[in-house]
Ligand binder design. Structure first.
Ligand code: ZN
Ligand code: FE
Length: 256
């Protein structure tokens, strides 16, 4: 099977759009639908026709173009059953543990409550691809609008067990501000410090920081590193649970 192709592009103020395309069948999925015109431009650039939208959660900056794209292309919209009433045009409702076929590939649905209660991530195990939207960012994680820190910690833990080489696409270019915060929590992590320098250089050229990998996030993202002894020492939380350490890191980021 020819490998799937990806097209990443910026939209809205700081969202990422991403298209997933199978050259053999022509099937093309948009991961979320933040804004119609940049998606149309990306399709035109590659000469692709949209067939699917994979929706991760109900926020407007992820579903705004659902109906317009459905009207234009007749796409199939696959999204979270727990948020189905808030997903415009949803056709196929999926929950954690479900899987479906996209162009002969298995797509697994991972339920990751935290940012929203019904947020899902899409995982293609054979391709080692993860679409994490607003659950896991480069050096960050989504704000907890609808769930407790313990729920988000549990959700992030489900992503952390995926293979290190899994490529991760995420919903927003927040990486520079995440990097500045990460240094305050984990100031002696050499892997983090060198990554921050790379991120500053990328952003200075206007380049994207997506995608990332699970292995890189596990080594540098403080929100996946609540068990790390140096972070715990730094926060004075040596005896706390991992979820409690995560909660403290998230609370500090909210005030940062
Ligand atoms: Zn969101
Ligand atoms: Fe978002």
């Amino acid at each position: 099977m020819a490998p799937l192709e990806l097209e990443l592009f910026p939209c809205r103020s700081d969202n990422f759009g991403v298209l997933l395309h199978d050259p053999a069948t022509g099937a093309t999925a948009s991961i979320d639908a933040p804004e119609e015109q940049p998606i149309l431009n990306a399709l035109a650039r590659r000469g692709w026709t949209l067939s699917h939208i994979f929706t991760t959660h109900h926020h407007n900056d992820h579903v705004e173009a659902n109906l317009a794209l459905k009207e234009r292309f007749g796409v199939t919209i696959i999204g979270p059953v727990r948020e189905a009433p808030r997903i415009p045009g949803i056709d196929q409702k999926v929950d954690g543990g479900d899987s479906f076929d996209f162009a002969g590939r298995r797509v697994e649905v991972i339920l990751t409550p935290g940012h929203t209660l019904g947020h899902i991530c899409f995982h293609l195990p054979q391709e080692k691809l993860l679409f994490a939207a607003d659950t896991l960012f480069a050096l960050g994680c989504g704000r907890l609008f609808e769930s407790t820190p313990a729920q988000m910690w549990d959700s992030l833990s489900k992503l952390a067990v995926l293979p290190d080489e899994t490529t991760v696409y995420f919903g927003h270019e927040y990486t520079l501000s995440n990097a500045r915060f990460a240094k305050t929590v984990d100031p002696e992590n050499a892997a983090l410090l060198s990554r921050v320098a790379e991120i500053e250089a990328l952003r200075a050229e206007g380049a994207f920081t997506a995608p990332t990998t699970i292995g890189l996030e596990k080594a540098t993202n403080p929100f996946l590193r609540a068990a790390d002894p140096a972070i715990r020492r730094h926060l004075g939380l040596e005896t706390a649970s991992d979820a409690e350490v995560f909660a403290e890191i998230r609370a500090r980021k909210d005030r940062f």
